[in-house]
Design a protein around this ligand. Structure first.
Ligand SMILES: *Cc1c(COP(=O)(O)O)cnc(C)c1O
Length: 386
């Protein structure tokens, strides 16, 4: 299916709403029936009909069809945030006594779920360096039910050989789930590589304007139906119609934004690589990246988000650099129109800062839609003040 068709047409039945080009926001909690028999059928299979908006809603459906097609998946569910999608996807695939193997340092709220919530129900997690396939095999136990991947990671961009991990999991009957937020389905399609569930936050690139949250879980009809009937309806964290509408709007420009961000990122990375205050740059599509070949093999692109390591032994210089930026904002998140930085030292006590630990000198940068030269000039003047 053509990308343009998915984004501009798929799921949009304009004749049903006055041929309006932009779809309506069907802001309703419930749907009326004429016949008891129809109501009965909706109770039997809530996914097949409009009954109540905690389940299926027409505006959300348009988005669902597009996002599933982008992932080349049979179906998907859209949640109120990426964290909610992670929660539902994991919860649906473990039971008391099960074991999870996860990449080390996954997204914060995935890790909090593994460390704080699941152990209360007898589900424990082993973290591994997921870059080596042997580590997955080694960490697997008889009760391992789920492999949790995040490729690339959103700080050091460590990647996993997705096909190899999927193959291993299939041979052992283990379910696989991946956080694909960094690439989005435009630059990586994990379902095609054998993953059972592909998750992405829609807050970042899909929304694209830093004005809404959302999360996506894609997979087979069977897997998605299982999650819908239980976790999705029970947690009640499905996306609301207005937010779904914002995400449909965001999708319209996703390929155009990716093209621009990809080009600007290359220019900003090139500038930073030659700067004397920068020790290293960590970006999957830079040829200095340790897993460059694998990145090129399984990702069709990389853009926007990377980390650079500042050459300094003082935390104050990192602070001064970040606080001196005039246009690039200091904030969490990424994927919007605005460029951002986030230094690792913001999450450690200043007394614990250790310049010998390379990670403490990480500055994560996201390149938004500004001109590359505008961003480079801002970085340049902040380096001067460092
Ligand atoms: C932001 C993010 C999430 C969570 O998404 P929210 O929409 O903020 O809940 C998950 N994984 C990664 C890699 C992220 O960057």
């Amino acid at each position: 299916m053509d990308l343009s068709y998915i984004i501009n047409e798929l799921g949009e039945e304009r004749k049903n709403y006055f041929n309006a080009v932009s779809p309506p926001i069907i802001q309703t909690s419930n749907f009326a029936f004429k016949k008891i028999a129809d109501l009965h059928n909706a109770f039997e299979d809530e996914m097949a009909d409009y009954l109540y908006s905690r389940g299926i809603n027409p505006t959300v459906d348009i988005l669902r069809k597009k996002l599933a097609a982008l992932d080349r998946a049979e179906d998907c569910l859209v949640f109120n945030s990426g964290a909610a999608a992670i929660f539902a996807g994991v919860l649906a695939n473990v039971k008391a006594g099960d074991h999870i193997v996860s990449v080390r340092a996954p997204y914060t709220w995935a890790q909090k779920m593994f460390d704080k919530i699941l152990p209360r129900f007898g589900v424990n997690t082993t973290y591994i360096d997921g870059t080596l396939i042997g580590n997955w095999e080694q960490a697997t136990r008889n009760n391992t039910a789920l492999y949790y991947l995040e490729s690339p990671n959103s700080w050091d961009f460590a990647i996993q050989d997705i096909k190899a991990v999927a193959g291993l999991a299939k041979s052992k009957g283990i379910t696989t789930m991946i956080d694909n937020s960094y690439c989005s389905p435009l630059y990586q399609r994990p379902i095609e590589m054998g993953m059972d569930l592909s998750m992405q936050t829609a807050t970042k690139y899909i929304g694209g304007h830093s004005d809404t949250l959302g999360g996506v879980l894609s997979g087979s009809h069977e897997m998605i139906k299982k999650i819908f009937d239980s976790e999705y309806l029970n947690i009640g964290s499905g996306i609301q119609p207005f937010n779904a509408w914002l995400l449909i709007r965001g999708l319209r420009t996703l390929p155009a934004r990716f093209d621009r961000i990809t080009r600007s990122t290359a220019e900003v990375v090139k500038f930073l690589k030659q700067h004397p205050m920068v020790e290293t740059i960590i970006f999957p599509f830079d040829n200095s990246f340790p897993q460059y070949d694998l990145a090129r093999r399984q990702m069709t692109g990389a853009c926007g988000l990377f980390t650079f390591v500042l050459k300094t032994d003082k935390m104050e210089s990192i602070v001064r650099f970040c606080e001196s930026l005039q246009h690039i904002m200091l904030a969490v998140s990424w994927g919007g129109y605005e460029s951002l930085v986030l230094p690792k030292c913001a999450s450690i006590q200043s007394t614990a800062f250790d310049a010998a630990n390379r990670e403490h000198r990480y500055v994560r940068m996201y390149v938004g839609l500004e001109g590359a030269n505008y961003l480079i000039a801002d970085l340049e003047q902040a380096f001067d003040k460092m």
